[in-house]
Design a protein. Structure first.
Length: 434
């Protein structure tokens, strides 16, 4: 191995370019058929068109009485209108009569509108049967021409109701059920192999070593496994690789069947950072190493080439817990979302003002962990405290990541910025929406 292989020159890509290069190489996984009830959160792999028109007929928007607008025009408390009830139509039934002059048909929500009717008077505006059996007294004409849902108001036969690449949410599941789709094609969920490395690490079953001051807890593995699941993937724990080539290779061998590999630590250029070297022996090609960002600069990306299979994306995350989580959020999560076929792989953002000055990072894009407050419709971002790359609680307390661009001298108090929203457990303090 040449010195340049052992100590590759850093690319130092801007964060935006690094993300663009990753996503350019990622292709969605193949699709398969699953039951509708198992499709929540998946990315649908086909456009779905409706074989029906919904609603299939004009129907009532509420419980009340189907009438002719002309018959109730001018009705009021002082001058009520009395109509004769000639039929009753529940949801799922078909009216057997039409509405004639001076007549009304009682209808339930969803019931077809009888012929001749052009309005539904809500039941609370009547005193049906109280003044005279078989009749309804109407006290207002506010519902004239209203409360009828027209045929095809929701969709028409042939309409595309869900587009390929859509992340299926509960409302999509409802729409798909409404058009009769008991099963559908979705993209496979990425199987993501996770490898931690370092002689100093122990898992939770050996936490007594941490208590004794001899080892460091492996917080990255459970955090990244949870992040993979939140991104729609399936984590595969490869364990902790010790700082020797044989153990690294032993841990990596099961990863070749995964759809992506995420490593944490062991990917720099130190004497004992052997991971890239062992991966190279297995068919790994480095795409880039180092990004102009803080925290998380020593991030790498490449591909592991395998016989008769597509190259597997490999993400080398820094070992510091904050850096590992943030680089996952910024680079790995969008890649996994695209790998899983999701058309929109990115987190939502909000515009916010800085609650206090946010420092720049000497030519690096700085991602500051912030909590958010909202008053009078204006979001304000406040740092969660010290921003060191080993302070994991700073992420746990964060609602988002405030972006301090590389080309600014910092953001002053009340300065504007973009904040990437996180699915954290912290509580965003906002005004009630209504």
């Amino acid at each position: 191995m040449s010195p340049s292989d052992r100590h590759p020159q850093a690319d130092w890509l801007p964060a935006g370019e690094a993300l663009a290069r990753i996503l350019h190489e990622i292709e969605a996984l193949s699709s398969h058929e699953i039951a509708l009830k198992a499709a929540l959160g998946k990315a649908i792999a086909e456009d779905v068109t409706s074989p029906v028109t919904l609603p299939p007929w004009d129907n009532s928007a509420m419980d009340g009485y189907a009438v002719r607008h002309d018959d109730i025009r001018g009705a009021s408390q002082a001058h009520p209108v009395r109509l004769r009830i000639v039929d009753r139509a529940a949801a799922g039934s078909v009216p057997t009569r039409s509405v004639g002059v001076g007549e009304a048909i009682q209808v339930m929500t969803g019931a077809p509108i009888p012929r001749g009717a052009d309005s539904v008077v809500r039941v609370e505006d009547t005193d049906a049967g109280l003044s005279q059996p078989g009749s309804v007294t109407i006290h207002t004409d506010r519902d004239g021409g209203h409360n009828i849902r027209p045929r095809g108001e929701d969709l028409r036969e042939g309409d595309v109701v869900v587009k390929a690449g859509t992340t299926l949410l509960p409302a999509h599941i409802g729409v798909l059920a409404a058009v009769g789709r008991g099963s559908l094609r979705v993209h496979a969920s990425p199987r993501v192999a996770l490898l931690s490395s370092g002689d100093e690490l122990v898992n939770l079953d050996m936490f007594e070593e941490v208590l004794a001051g001899r080892r460091v807890p492996n917080s990255n593995a459970p955090a990244l496994a949870a992040a993979v699941q939140a991104a729609g993937g399936q984590p595969i724990d490869l364990g902790i690789a010790r700082d020797n080539r044989d153990d690294i290779r032993r841990c990596l061998e099961p990863a070749t069947d995964a759809d992506a590999l995420v490593t944490s630590a062991g990917a720099s250029v130190g004497e004992r950072d052997l991971l890239k070297s062992v991966l190279g022996e297995m068919g790994f090609h480095l795409g880039f190493w180092r990004v102009k960002m803080r925290p998380g600069s020593p991030f790498s990306y490449g591909s592991l080439y395998r016989a008769e299979r597509a190259p597997m994306p490999v993400f080398g995350l820094p070992g510091n817990p904050v850096s590992a989580i943030l680089t996952f959020e910024l680079f790995v999560r969008p890649a996994l979302r695209k790998l899983g076929g999701h058309r929109s792989p990115f987190r939502a953002t909000v515009a916010a003002t800085a609650g206090e000055p946010l420092p720049a990072a000497r030519g690096l894009t700085h991602f500051v962990r912030v909590r958010l407050t909202c008053e009078h419709g204006v979001w304000t971002a406040w740092p969660t405290g010290p921003q060191g790359s080993a302070i994991l609680t700073s992420v746990a307390a964060a609602d988002g990541l405030a972006i301090v661009p590389a080309d600014v001298q910092g953001i002053p108090a009340n300065g504007r910025m973009t904040v990437i929203l996180l699915d954290s457990g912290s509580s965003v303090r906002a005004e009630p929406p209504f």
